[in-house]
Design a protein around this ligand. Structure first.
Ligand SMILES: *[C@@H]1O[C@H](CO)[C@@H](O)[C@H](O)[C@H]1NC(C)=O
Ligand SMILES: *[C@@H]1O[C@H](CO)[C@@H](O)[C@H](O)[C@H]1NC(C)=O
Ligand SMILES: *[C@@H]1O[C@H](CO)[C@@H](O)[C@H](O)[C@H]1NC(C)=O
Length: 587
């Protein structure tokens, strides 16, 4: 009796609090919107100029090559293309111009490119004059990079209007290394504002679409790479991953993406929202249509020049022995983390992958993720340890993208009320879902003090130890894991805006700093959708309902599987991904 009255009262207070947050968030968004007229004009102009430039380029190139010539180039994978270029079959300029044409036609459909990298032409011409192409392992290969990669004389805004025309003085380390290997960085691709969302959007460049279904999201935050590569406009691209930003769009766009162990690839010269995170460290990584290309990229980039340019990168060349290992591996598999229940298509994909890997000779054993809720709590607490201060600071004078609004509303929630709000929502009866209550209380928390942060970090170390203790098993230790990359497949953008509900499958391996990659395995079938009709999730709450609604219209869309190994075993992770793709085949 008592509980139910209490819970009714709580509900009313909670509804009021929610109303307040929504109202407050809306006021912030609107007041920024009003203040920013000048900046917005500048942003619009920049975008128009860029689109004009792309249109002109397209027209200039229209008569250079026949359709057959272009089709021949576009039909090759990265390994074949590099080899053909080295043998002089196609000049680097011809390859570049073909991919520029293709990429610009992709962006017309999906809005995936933010800028054309104009110096690429001079670079391709210079490569064309070189007498010994075989010394360049990526000779003539056009490579796309996410907008936040620094490139000399170009801006890198991460979707912030205040960063327009703030030009970089130098190329970032990765771009320097790519050029030294004979690759040709040729376009910059779109991202979600401040890279903090798994949806795709920023008010500066607009929304990017899924190449398989234009009205759906490609996933974020490396959305432009996902859309461009999935649409055939690039063979190799580079994204960044802080919570799933490489693996999630790869899964939604039907391509392969790899997040290496932190400090294997250099981040120097990249632009990001929050420098200084230790346990929530951003990594960069390759995205491509096939695993062979990811391997080609990693094998080439782990080179002396990168170790020299960035002394904090572990000077560990590509481990051919580990990659080439042919012994059967013990691989744990799981179809569900017990927190976000995957839709049937995603579960089926993992079971298919299990069968395929068994056929390739590996030993697959059932695995259970230890206490993923704890990992998620640690991730969110560390990610927003400053109470969202930094996020708010950089967005202060910006138009805030709608996909960030649910997050921003919580971060802007008045901290004094936040305490009361958290107290109430933590009375679990009040909210229909303990995890949504927890999410609210984690995000409205004020700035954590140093002792609290050190405590969180210590608990993260404990979680890491506990996680890997489950890999030690009486029948033999695990070498790798496979599991879902997400509970969802692609759907309408609006279902992907409350990010925290989505990232449990990918953020876990950021917290653990494991190499992890995504491989497309199947497509959603009508049977999957029929099974989805009975989906209730583990909590039957708003997040579960959202997962179901998002995926209801997804027949034919790609579904990936995530492969994971221990830190520093990047090459073994790529091995598992390659074995999986070899037995599944290219979709
Ligand atoms: C293609 O056309 C452009 C513009 O007319 C020209 O600058 C470029 O050199 C041409 N490329 C080749 C390979 O002929
Ligand atoms: C980038 O994405 C945003 C939102 O996702 C979209 O509005 C914009 O038009 C895109 N811009 C480009 C140049 O792709
Ligand atoms: C730090 O924050 C925790 C949790 O809010 C609190 O219990 C503790 O007293 C604080 N420590 C200091 C030194 O303020």
């Amino acid at each position: 009796m008592l509980i139910s009255t209490e819970s009714k009262n709580c509900n009313i207070i909670l509804l009021t609090l929610c109303g307040l947050t929504t109202a407050y968030g809306t006021v912030i968004v609107l007041s920024n919107w009003r203040k920013n007229r000048q900046l917005r004009k500048k942003a619009l102009k920049r975008r128009e100029n860029e689109q004009l430039c792309m249109q002109q380029l397209l027209e200039q190139l229209a008569n250079n090559y026949t359709k057959e010539e272009q089709a021949e180039i576009l039909g090759l994978n990265a390994v074949e293309l590099v080899s053909a270029a080295q043998q002089g079959k196609f000049s680097p300029l011809k390859i570049l111009e073909t991919y520029w044409t293709k990429a610009i036609s992709c962006t017309k459909a999906t809005n995936c490119i933010t800028s054309v990298i104009k110096v690429a032409k001079a670079e391709a011409q210079e490569l064309g004059a070189c007498t010994d192409p075989s010394q360049f392992p990526l000779f003539g290969l056009p490579v796309s990079v996410k907008e936040c990669y620094g490139i000399k004389d170009m801006d890198a805004t991460i979707g912030l209007m205040s960063e327009i025309n703030n030009l970089d003085l130098d190329d970032c380390v990765l771009v320097k290394v790519l050029k030294s290997l004979g690759a040709v960085p040729f376009v910059k691709t779109n991202l979600s504002q401040i890279t903090f969302s798994l949806a795709s959007g920023n008010p500066l460049f607009g929304d990017t679409s899924n190449p398989h279904r234009l009205e759906f999201t490609p996933g974020g935050s490396s959305s432009g790479e996902g859309a461009l590569i999935g649409g055939g406009g690039s063979l190799l691209g580079f994204g960044t991953d802080t919570g799933g930003s490489i693996r999630f769009p790869s899964h939604l766009c039907g391509i392969c993406g790899f997040k290496p162990t932190c400090n294997r690839l250099s981040l120097a010269g990249l632009h990001g929202p929050i420098p200084g995170h230790v346990n929530i460290a951003t990594t960069i990584g390759p995205m491509a249509r096939d695993v062979d290309t990811l391997v080609l990229a990693m094998r080439s980039i782990l080179c002396p020049l990168m170790f020299e340019l960035d002394p904090y990168i572990v000077p560990m060349p590509f481990d051919e022995k580990l990659f080439g290992c042919t012994k059967p591996l013990r691989i744990g598999y799981y179809v569900d983390d017990g927190f976000n229940k995957p839709v049937p298509a995603v579960q089926r994909a993992v079971m298919m992958a299990k069968k395929h890997l068994e056929t390739s000779g590996h030993i697959l054993v059932p695995y259970k993720i230890p206490n993923v809720e704890r990992a998620w709590e640690l991730f969110m607490s560390l990610c927003f340890a400053d109470g969202g201060k930094r996020c708010k600071e950089i967005l202060k004078n910006e138009d805030i993208d709608p996909v960030l609004v649910p997050l921003i509303q919580k971060l802007y929630f008045p901290k004094c009320l936040g305490k009361l709000g958290s107290f109430l929502v933590n009375l679990r009866n009040c909210w229909k879902s303990p995890r949504i209550a927890k999410d609210f209380s984690l995000l409205v928390e004020k700035e954590r003090n140093i002792s609290t942060v050190w405590n969180l970090e210590a608990q993260t170390f404990e979680y890491k130890a506990k996680f890997f203790s489950t890999w030690v098993q009486p029948e033999g230790n695990l070498d790798a894991l496979i599991g879902p990359p997400s509970a969802m497949v692609a759907g309408p953008q609006k279902h992907f805006e409350d990010t925290t509900a989505i990232l449990s499958y990918t953020a876990l391996y950021v917290l653990l700093n494991c190499p992890a990659g995504c491989v497309p395995v199947t497509k959603v079938t009508q049977d999957d959708i029929d099974a989805l009709k009975n989906y209730e999730g583990h909590f039957g709450d708003a997040w579960d309902k959202n997962t179901k609604d998002a995926c209801m219209d997804s027949v034919g869309l790609p579904v990936g599987v995530q492969c994971i190994t221990k830190p520093w075993k990047d090459e073994l992770c790529l091995r598992v991904m390659l074995d999986l793709q070899k037995s599944v085949g290219l979709l």
